[in-house]
Design a protein. Sequence first.
Length: 193
Amino acid sequence: MADFDYDYIIIGSGFGGSVSALRLAEKGYKVLVLEKGKWFAAPDFPKTNWNVKRWFWIPGIRFFGFFKLSFFRHITILSGVGVGGGSLVYANTLPIPKTEYFRGPSWKHLADWESELKPFYQVGLRMLGTARNPRLETGDLALQKLAADIGKKEDFEPTNVAVFFGTPNVTVPDPYFKGGGRNVPVVIFAVGA
């Protein structure tokens, strides 16, 4: 192994890839993460739905957005392309399923999945730097109103997201892993435009 630059190469920087890379790095391995898309900064995100070049990933026609559509015979898959993977597609939301989900008839007889998985959800949330969204935007307010209108007001809550909510234009020390997040030897190489 001494002849190699990395002990492990992870393909994709989404939740699965990022958590796998971090777990391996925490154990002392050198890890390389390869990502098809690019790094996205605030100015890279589309301001309107009509800016399809910033929404979709179709490099052949110079579209370098973060949505990729894959068409198969009986299914179409919408996936994320870019550093962050699927979190770019579903806005970093990290809900933990409600009890009813774990009691689904297809698998409830196999184990007490809620108890079995509970500690691993906590590990994943910690690794992804999850925080409760501190502000409600237009879409959140619409969902909150809808919940109230249909008698489900108590079921509405702000989402858990993998976002650091700092003060705009203020640089702070690394807030994750007691400041050790930057010291974890993981390299992410984006191969997009």
